[in-house]
Ligand binder design. Structure first.
Ligand code: H2U
Length: 354
């Protein structure tokens, strides 16, 4: 029998953060990737439109007028999923009908006044301004709520309703499922090993060098060993950092640099404005600010849906919905493909300007 090779033979991999397995079937990738890209005609987005409720000076449908903002702009979501003051249900511990009160606040954050600009085409100082605003929201909302979820849905494919560069922040009185599971697993790992799981993980990945896409003095961008989406990645600090607000100024500067490189490579992969859902996970806030959260490590997650081209996406259906996630391309192959992309954005590359 042939010797096992991870890039050839099927196997299952474990995600210690979520206690989940993923089926990897690289033999289905027999056909070598020829790098062909199906280009899609990119929609012309006006820099300003009086009809776009995220643009400066526009009156939103609820009658509120946006300021003539020049950098970032944050406002309370006009259609929030979480409100702060609402009647509360009685807590129920019936094992089949458990219920708890939920309070919260939803914010929308515009990254820039221009609708036709995406993050990889921002200047570094403009990305840094976005990072500073994330820190501010994390501090302000975190003083009141147990969890502050910063997330960006980019592209119509991810259900984003508006091309204007923006993200959302939902803060809640409860820790949602994903971070709650990560809290448990990181706590257990810390108890057993005496060090934070993701700090150890980054050290091991830096030694192995199989899934690293980019790294700089302070940050590592990699495809996690247990990635589920074809081009799923994680962005982690090299130092042990609990929350966004704990980042030093030089770490925020180098985050803006690696984010620009990361998003440029993503866009170059299929020569399209790469759709994704991204977000930050760090130690919980609110009442947790007073307790020891050493087991946590700050990290960002990027979940892009694309599989083979600007139009062919991966569907999490069938086996994935009913059994467990499955992928063909290995995490190592995905890392190699992203790594090999140019650091010059395809829209700025002389080749594509003809
Ligand atoms: P998405 O594109 O990720 O859906 O984010 C846009 C958010 O902006 C969305 O949650 C809010 C929507 O509720 N919004 C307002 O609060 N006011 C508006 O006038 C338009 C959109």
């Amino acid at each position: 029998m042939e010797k096992f090779q991870a890039n050839e033979h099927q196997h299952i991999r474990y995600n210690p953060l979520k206690e989940e397995w993923v089926l990897v079937s690289p033999h289905r990738m027999k056909r070598p990737w020829k790098g062909q890209v199906e280009k899609v005609a990119e929609e012309e987005i006006p820099r300003f439109s009086p009809m776009n409720p995220l643009c400066p000076t526009v009156t939103r449908p609820n009658g509120m007028v946006n300021p003539d903002y020049k950098g970032t702009f944050v406002f309370t979501n006009d259609f929030p999923a979480l409100l702060d003051e609402v009647p509360e249900p009685d807590a129920s511990d019936d094992p089949l009908f458990q219920c708890r009160p939920a309070r919260g606040s939803c914010q929308v954050m515009c990254f820039h006044p221009w609708s036709d600009l995406t993050l990889p085409l921002f200047e570094h100082h403009e990305i840094k301004a976005v990072i500073e605003e994330w820190v501010k929201l994390s501090v302000d909302l975190g003083s009141k709520y147990e969890w502050v979820q910063i997330f960006e849905n980019k592209g119509a494919m991810m259900g984003c309703s508006n091309p204007h560069p923006h993200c959302q922040v939902w803060a809640s009185s409860f820790i949602p499922n994903e971070p709650a599971m990560k809290d448990k697993t990181q706590k257990n790992y810390f108890k057993e090993h005496g060090s934070p799981m993701l700090v150890d993980y980054v050290k091991r990945e830096l030694e192995k060098k199989e899934r690293i896409i980019l790294s700089n003095d302070h940050w590592v961008w990699l495809v996690p060993y247990w990635a589920v989406w074809p081009y799923e990645t994680m962005l982690l600090p090299k130092r042990h950092v609990l929350r966004l607000q704990d980042l030093k100024d030089e770490e925020k500067n180098s985050l803006s640099i690696i984010m620009k490189q990361l998003l440029t490579k993503y866009d170059n992969l299929f020569q399209t404005s790469f759709p994704y859902s991204m977000g930050w996970h760090g130690a919980p806030t609110g009442s947790y600010l007073k307790s020891d959260q050493t087991h946590w490590q700050l990290h960002a997650l990027y979940y892009p849906p694309l599989l083979r081209s600007a139009t062919v996406k991966k569907f999490m259906v069938g086996y994935e919905l009913l059994a467990q996630a499955q992928r063909d391309l290995t995490a190592e192959q995905a890392a190699e493909k992203i790594r090999s992309q140019s650091d010059v954005h395809y829209k700025l590359s002389p080749k594509t300007e003809t």
